[in-house]
Design a protein. Structure first.
Length: 353
């Protein structure tokens, strides 16, 4: 990380301490696995023979993943609780993030006048693919507790861009009562990453986001209805949109809300039943437009006021939200529908004119 001044030194020190602890907790097993892998490679045949994937050292080991997670969460804990909260603290915290998490963190800075929310984290379950290509990544399931004492399991994705840095790429909170499915792991404890177009699941990882967007817009009438379960993150959105249109129309305002797949990375892991768990993002764009004049005032929603340059708009108000999701998909030969089990999101941009 790129800390500055005294706080930067404090963050670096904490990160080093937590990394050392994680290494002590997990390093022994990973070193043993690495030794077994090296021994397997030496006894597998001539030097020119390819080493089986199961015996190769993974590009990201469980020990490295543990250190990376401890470092990022430890640094965030220091920066979130800094008093007084300086601009340098926010800048350093933002530098811990990328992708959809960066967009939401930046919006939180701009919309939160006081201290940022502070969280404490439990012991993680690491979900590290054995075989993957750069940019490398892994997921973790960690219980998150807020300052009010509410606890929710969170699914985090960390990504390494370049050779040295790990960043928090996305965070989703599991819905109440939900649990992640059992992830398929090999003897060394490593998971299996799925390709974007994996043909063995009912919905390939690449198609989950656009199908989810269709369900959120069109609801039970859309062609995704037979693929994705109804719920608060899918068909309920469509019902909400349809219910709001008549009210806006009576005020001579047009209302529309569109969901779309984002350009942020999609990550998927094989589940024990042959299906998948997919982590991805959607972008929701809501537009309120004055059809004729005079029309009712177009007011900025309370949760977006600090991101807007004015409290209302004369002609058009556009609100953009970034949503982070976790969904499960059955195997192609399995039964049931895809289900959205986790979500975290918020308004990330407002434009008024």
């Amino acid at each position: 990380m790129r800390g500055r001044g005294g706080r930067g030194l404090l963050v670096f020190t904490l990160a080093l301490m937590t990394a050392t602890a994680a290494c002590a907790d997990q390093g022994g097993g990973s070193r043993e696995q690495g030794a077994q892998g090296a021994q397997g490679a030496q006894t597998s045949g001539p030097a020119s023979s390819p080493v089986p994937a199961a015996l190769r050292e993974p590009p990201v080991t469980l020990a490295e993943a543990g250190r990376a997670l401890s470092s990022v969460l430890g640094a965030q804990a220091v920066l979130e609780s800094a008093t007084p909260h300086l601009e340098a603290d926010r800048r350093n915290l933002l530098e811990q993030t990328r992708d959809s998490q960066e967009a939401l963190t930046m919006a939180a800075f701009n919309s939160t006048p006081g201290p940022l929310p502070h969280y404490t984290w439990g012991r993680p379950e690491l979900l590290v693919p054995r075989v993957q290509r750069a940019p490398f990544w892994f997921a973790a399931v960690v219980e998150r507790e807020d300052s009010a004492g509410e606890r929710r399991p969170a699914v985090l994705v960390l990504t390494k861009y370049g050779g040295h840095e790990w960043y928090l790429s996305s965070t989703s909170l599991l819905d109440p009562g939900e649990r992640i499915p059992e992830i398929a792991k090999d003897a060394g404890g490593y998971a299996t990453e799925l390709d974007d177009d994996d043909p063995t699941t009912a919905i390939s990882p690449r198609l989950m986001a656009p199908l989810h967007a269709t369900s959120a817009e069109e609801g039970s009438a859309g062609f995704a209805a037979g693929l994705i379960e109804k719920g608060p993150h899918t068909t309920d959105y469509a019902e909400e949109i349809e219910g709001k249109r008549p009210k806006y129309k009576s005020d001579c305002l047009g209302y529309d809300s569109i969901f779309g797949a984002s350009n942020y990375p999609v990550h998927a892991l094989r589940t024990a039943d042959g299906g998948s768990m997919i982590m991805y993002s959607l972008i929701r764009t809501t537009t309120v437009t004055a059809k004729i004049e005079p029309c009712a005032d177009i007011r900025v929603p309370p949760n977006a006021e600090r991101l807007a340059s004015a409290t209302g708009a004369r002609k058009e108000l556009r609100t953009v939200e970034t949503h982070q999701y976790v969904s499960t998909v059955p195997a192609k030969t399995g039964k049931g529908l895809a289900r959205v089990i986790g979500y975290l999101g918020g308004v990330t941009k407002v434009s008024a004119n």
